[in-house]
Design a protein around this ligand. Structure first.
Ligand code: PLP
Length: 429
């Protein structure tokens, strides 16, 4: 049933490290052979063997309105026919920056880059340049891309300095990244007190999407806002995942808290490689060529990426009812999966914000990395494969959020619930 994918995976491993260009794709967390895809339409994926799947990954977020959404396809085709890159300014870049500013609160200036990683790396550099301080605070279980400063494993409570969690990250870099527990304002206060006047920025996924889905506790984001203001540190919201997904203005709009800098990726490029960072004019004015903080990119503001992003964001701007529909569909899925798991007495818990859904096979509530790590990874792996063979493609890791697209239909949601019922039935026998 996966013969072609198996052949392709063997071939890929001869030429590409681990056969993949991003580690989670290798299925190491769930076992088995990664599925190789050929095409997709709306919320349906088609693999090399001709199998089809209802998609709950959406390319890890960008596909808010589904795959091959015709206005995006047309925008990219038209742009490509005019040239795939100029390496010089275009009107498209202004249009996208203007639109982003209309949708997201508090963005005076926006700079386009090529990925979420680049956006977060650049935002940190800007914060350091602006404050003339070196240290940053991040949260355990938050992912901000693979920039060296972010690949720091959280130390134990007693550990003041981070330790590199990936070889290749120098001790010097690790020392400048401090790690706090998510949703734990006292831990943040402690780090600020221990590093008085040294913290340039605090970066957070305001809705953590890289440990399932973990929303901020009531008042947590406002608490961070207050501390950063008092300490003169830059508050960075990493909205690479939740930006344009949970509301047109992202988590800032949803929770009514204003960051100093915000990073974007994923939806902003509708599936093309793009990211962006932006914020208050005074801070963004340190960015080259206005200011001394260097940041550049041969392909930044690429016309294909700008056109795709413009097509998708224009629709979200014009038609915010998309968010209500997504809320309704995802709430329905959560409710019915809950009924299935409850019926079969499977220990579980959910976290959900709009169309981001975290499924945990452990007791809730899941509020941080420690509670998230209790999920039954082995059971998730079996559940994943049971769903896969029934035509449902879940994220191939127990620690990732599901992302729904608004292309999903009631029939597909019902199929998913039935598949879950059959899978669990099979697993508990
Ligand atoms: N920030 C968050 C919250 C992410 O989820 C990701 C990727 O999943 C990134 C940053 C990095 O983005 P990219 O993979 O585009 O470099």
């Amino acid at each position: 049933m996966y013969e072609k994918s198996e052949v392709l995976f063997k071939r890929a491993q001869q030429f590409i490290p681990g056969g993949v260009n991003s580690p989670v794709r290798a299925f190491k967390a769930v076992g088995g052979t990664p599925v190789f895809f050929e095409r997709a339409e709306g919320s349906v994926l088609y693999d090399a063997d001709g199998n089809s799947y209802i998609d709950y990954v959406g390319s890890w977020g960008p596909m808010l309105l589904g795959h091959a959404w015709p206005p995006v396809v047309k925008a990219v085709q038209d742009a490509a026919a005019r040239s795939t890159s100029f390496g010089a300014p275009t009107e498209l870049e202004i249009e996208l920056a203007e639109l982003i500013q209309q949708m997201v609160p508090g963005l005076d200036k926006v700079r386009m880059v090529n990925s979420g990683t680049e956006a977060c790396m650049s935002a940190i550099r800007v914060a350091r340049g602006y404050t003339e301080r070196d240290k940053i605070i991040k949260f355990e279980g938050n992912y901000h891309g693979h920039g060296d400063s972010f690949l720091i494993k959280a130390g134990s409570g007693a550990m003041t300095f981070g330790t590199p969690s990936s070889p290749g990250v120098t001790k010097g870099t690790a020392q400048d990244t401090l790690t706090a527990n998510f949703n734990d304002i006292e831990d943040v206060k402690r780090l600020f007190a221990e590093n008085k006047g040294q913290v340039a920025a605090l970066i957070i996924e305001p809705i953590a999407g890289n440990m399932g889905c973990v929303p901020p506790a009531d008042g947590f984001l406002q608490g961070l806002r207050d501390i950063c203001t008092a300490e003169g540190a830059i508050l960075i919201f990493d909205e690479v995942m939740c930006g344009f997904r949970v509301a047109p203005g992202g988590a800032q709009q949803l929770y009514g808290v204003q960051a100093d800098l915000v990073t974007f990726g994923k939806i902003i490029g509708a599936g093309l490689p793009v990211g962006a960072y932006g914020g208050k004019e005074e801070i963004m004015n340190v960015v080259s060529p206005v200011g001394p903080v260097y940041q550049a990119g041969t392909l930044s503001g690429n016309p294909l990426a700008m056109s795709a992003g413009l097509a998708l964001l224009s629709e979200l701007h014009k038609n915010p009812s998309v968010y209500e529909e997504l809320e309704h569909k995802t709430a329905h899925l959560e409710e019915w999966l809950h009924r299935v798991f409850k019926h079969h007495e499977i220990t579980h818990s959910f976290n959900r914000v709009g169309s981001m859904l975290g499924i945990f096979f452990c007791e809730g509530p899941v509020t941080d990395f420690e509670s998230c790590a209790k999920t039954d990874v082995e059971f998730f792996g079996k559940f994943f494969h049971g769903m896969l063979k029934r035509g449902v493609y879940l994220p191939p890791s127990a620690f990732e959020s599901l992302f729904l697209s608004n292309a999903i239909t009631q029939v597909q949601l019902d199929h998913t619930v039935n598949a879950a019922d059959e899978t669990v039935e099979e697993l508990i026998q």
